[in-house]
Design a protein around this ligand. Structure first.
Ligand code: ZN
Length: 146
């Protein structure tokens, strides 16, 4: 399966005000410790009735997620990336893994609305208006989206 929306998803999230969670009066994003990332991942996976994964530091610049492990690079210990990677794990564990496709986007937005938190209707509108980024409707997720 082609991951045709990937670069569009990256462009959209990086353009969003929540991508970097700047502490008041600073220009440096608020980073979490690995333990804080793990705690947040556990809460999100639990909410989706998914199994907890191992959370490790990635060696390179990128982060990635699978059914059993989430690897976060040093500069990705922040809420936005932790939520992005956890959305991948949920999709894979629930057998709806479609890379950066519409179901992934829906799970990602549901998590953002809960954990950033930010306005869900605004997120859906902004994503769908961003070069035609596809976001699955609730009923298309077959109950996977809570
Ligand atoms: Zn991704």
């Amino acid at each position: 399966m082609r991951d045709s929306q990937r670069s569009k998803v990256y462009d959209w999230e990086r353009a969003m005000p929540w991508w970097d969670d700047y502490a008041h009066g600073t220009s440096r994003p608020t980073y979490m410790t690995l333990a804080e990332c793990r705690k947040m991942i556990k809460a999100m996976l639990g909410r989706y009735r998914c199994q907890m994964v191992q959370v490790k530091v990635a060696r390179g610049k990128g982060s990635n997620a699978g059914a059993k492990v989430i690897r976060l690079s040093e500069q990705h210990h922040k809420k936005s990336v932790v939520i992005h990677e956890t959305a991948h794990t949920i999709c894979v564990q629930r057998h709806m893994g479609d890379f950066h496709g519409p179901v992934f986007m829906r799970v990602y937005i549901e998590l953002l609305a809960t954990y950033i938190p930010t306005d869900k209707a605004g997120l859906l509108k902004s994503a769908r208006g961003f070069g035609g980024l596809k976001v699955a409707a609730w009923k298309e997720t077959k109950g996977a989206v809570l």
